[in-house]
Design a protein around this ligand. Sequence first.
Ligand code: BTN
Length: 266
Amino acid sequence: MTALFSSTLQIDNLLAALQADEACWINKIEHFDEINSTNTYLMQHESPLHGRVCVADHQTQGRGRQGKQWLSKTGNSLMFSLGYTPKNRLGAQLSLVVGLAIADVLRDLGVAELGLKWPNDVLVNHKKVAGILIESRYVGKQAECVIGVGLNIDFTPAQLAEISRPCISLAQLDIKQISKQSLLIQIIRSICKRLAQFQKKGFASIRLDWLAYHVYINRQVHYEQDGETRLGRIVDLGKKGELMLEHDGKIHQVTSGEINTIRGVS
Ligand code: BTN
């Protein structure tokens, strides 16, 4: 069954639908047919950012983590950024919470073989379906975060081949039919809900749910940080969302960087 992801967004209805849910703290949505980057737009926007959403059909300078580009063509992705003011210091936790919120929605759509790769890739059958870019700035002592989400909706084989790592899009999967509008509503609601849970009960209340999706527990991985690559084995996710990585006979707590699997090693 092919999902109806190609339908256009109706922004007025979108805000009303989000605000009808009292757990959802969104107060403004802006939509652009084309923009440089929804993250850049919000990062340059005046305060307060909390509750503002920027959605675009196309980004000319979409950005991924670690200075990478985020490629999209009009209509093939769901791309938005959301302003969020955290109550305390977060480290990798915010990425983990947002990744889990997206995975929750995809699971409800019937997506099988779902996985989360620390800190923030959403995978289907080990191929990336969504990425998250979190940026922050300070207003006085208060951090303001921009949570950017890019979800692959309907990529052609040629578009998937342009991307340097294995990716997949939702239209390739046999899942429940849903409009782009409903998908966006469900994802934003899910992010609001998981962030509220996180603020109220802490990361400990999220950790086991996240671990249920964790794809590389007990696997050997390459861990990259500050230009250095190390070989290690992921042994756990710590109480604060840090990756527990064993290498050189010791357990290290990793709070930033990137992990990659090693072909042929399980
Ligand atoms: C990654 O996996 O590297 C993160 C990708 C994040 C892409 C989204 S698309 C919406 C928002 N605007 C951007 O420029 N980037 C994020």
